[in-house]
Design a protein around this ligand. Structure first.
Ligand code: ADP
Length: 478
């Protein structure tokens, strides 16, 4: 198909072909049109400049992937299967605004771009690739992220102080209050906890957005890792009267015999990210599943991917909401969810962490029946796992053999009196009928800071037995 084919008689600038050409020549977005085999048939000047291919005619008859080469936005090489541009071009499916880095030809420069693919229907099966430079957009987002991160950091401290005083007020050993006041203060404490969680989640989300944290990849056995993390939820599920199962219940029928298959699935992941991902998915599964329901978690190898699913028989998600739940602050609004607390950041964080490890996350759900969240991550072979483990051990040994740093001479320590333990604050009776919260004044002693949960430690999983179905041909038959 030639967009610009013109009849001799229609050369006036008013005809559609010329207008399209004038527009495509003028815009700053890159546009490439290929045939169904991905061979470039048209490239506009902006695309030729951004890719550094030289004159647009240089690109004609070349395969699109020699003109436009992508890396992940973190600068990681994208394998053929995880490159969304390659997938969209091969399958003739649309791709919407994938953010990656354009490798500028003949230089080591990278340009952050958002790339889309639009398949042209009909016999020609042309594909149109459009991409735009998002450097400015990222800078603006970076400023926003920095603001949110600083604001949440600053606000966490006063919220913890308020929460501390509310705990003291509600503790019969430190305060005497009547039942009505207890009700008000309990509601205030629930709100302050919600605020504290919101600020913590905002901080966690911005950490990856602004590059303060990057995935720290380690070779792991995935089944053991996921089981170890999910085991922490056994008690919470029991308290909520929810059945909690890791792996499938039924033995697999192999060759007519009921046998168990042990599948060992290796991955190369950030174990802290894995904990955050599973914490959010399981926390949601428990939150959105009424008592008497069930949660099933499974891990299996699926070709070159490790596939984890968290399935629940809870309230489910309507089709309208399903396409939005991974957006920042999105909460499905219905009579069931209104009474369940949350801030709509958990699944955004899950998506962000999964994608940073080169994975994908999606959900399937039937409203009123339950949901399944899938996390698919790149899988490595047992050989790769062994090699990477050896590299990890060698790095550890090398670290241990490093000479200890020479002690830096310290200045003489002045004679400072030992600090006195802070006295427990005494409650001041408030005669006013409506409770007026009194903010702590600087002369008051600081309230005890609420206990902080211990940071998750990097787990060292052991392979555990995981029962899988017949399809999982990579398993070993026991
Ligand atoms: P929240 O803090 O609101 O739970 P999330 O980002 O974790 O935020 O989830 C976004 C929305 O997706 C939730 O408000 C809820 O409507 C829906 N959701 C997430 N997980 C489930 C689930 N397991 N079952 C039903 N709805 C869910």
């Amino acid at each position: 198909m030639n967009l610009f084919k013109r009849e001799k008689s229609t050369q006036s600038p008013n005809n559609q072909g010329s207008l399209a050409e004038v527009t495509l020549n003028a815009i700053h977005d890159g546009v490439i049109m290929t045939d169904k085999n991905g061979i470039v048939e048209y490239i506009n000047p902006a695309a030729a400049t951004m890719t550094n291919i030289g004159a647009p005619t240089n690109a004609l008859k070349l395969s699109y992937d020699t003109v436009i080469k992508l890396e992940s936005k973190e600068g990681r090489e994208l394998s053929e299967t995880e490159n969304p541009l390659t997938n969209a071009m091969k399958t003739n499916q649309p791709l919407e605004s994938f953010r990656g880095s354009l490798i500028v030809n003949k230089t080591d420069k990278r340009i952050p771009i958002a790339v889309s693919v639009l398949p042209v229907n009909g016999l020609s099966q042309n594909r149109i690739i459009t991409f735009r430079n998002i450097t400015k957009e990222l800078e603006e987002e970076g400023e926003q992220t920095e603001f949110i991160s600083t604001a949440s950091h600053e606000m966490r401290t006063p919220v913890a102080t308020i929460d501390g005083y509310l705990s003291l007020s509600l503790n019969p050993q430190t305060a005497t209050i009547d039942e009505r006041a207890r009700g008000y203060l309990t509601a205030a404490q629930a709100a302050s906890k919600h605020l504290g969680k919101l600020f913590q989640d905002l901080l966690d989300v911005t950490k990856l957005d602004d590059g303060r944290i990057r995935p720290n990849f380690t070779p792991v056995e995935m089944v053991g890792l996921v089981k170890m993390i999910t085991d922490d939820y056994l008690n919470r599920a029991k308290e909520a009267k929810i059945n909690f199962t890791f792996g499938s219940n039924e033995p697999t029928s192999v060759g007519g015999l009921n046998r168990r298959m042990e599948q060992v699935v290796y991955g190369f992941v950030d174990t802290d990210f894995m904990r955050e991902i599973l914490d959010n998915l399981i926390d949601n599964a428990i939150k959105y599943t009424p008592a008497g329901g069930s949660i099933y978690i499974n891990v299996r190898g699926d070709g070159d991917r490790a596939l984890i699913n968290v399935t629940d028989t809870g309230i489910g998600i309507s089709a309208d909401n399903l396409s939005h739940i991974f957006q920042k602050f999105y909460r499905a609004d219905n009579s069931d969810t209104r009474t369940i607390g949350g801030n709509g950041l958990g699944l955004y964080l899950v998506k962000q962490r999964v994608e940073a490890m080169g994975g994908k996350v999606w959900a399937e759900s039937a409203f009123g029946e339950g949901s399944t969240f899938y996390v698919s991550l790149p899988r490595i072979t047992s050989n790769e796992y062994e090699k990477r483990m050896i590299a990890v051990r060698q790095a550890e040994i090398a670290n241990q053999l490093q000479p200890a740093p020479k002690p830096v001479p310290q200045p003489a320590i002045p004679n400072i009196p030992a600090p006195q333990p802070a006295p427990v604050p005494q409650p001041t009776p408030q005669p006013a009928p409506v409770p007026q919260p009194t903010p702590p004044t600087p002369s008051q002693p600081a309230p005890p800071t609420p206990p902080q949960p211990a940071p998750p430690t990097a787990p060292q999983p052991q392979p555990v037995q995981n029962q899988i179905n017949n399809n999982n041909v990579n398993g070993e038959v026991k």
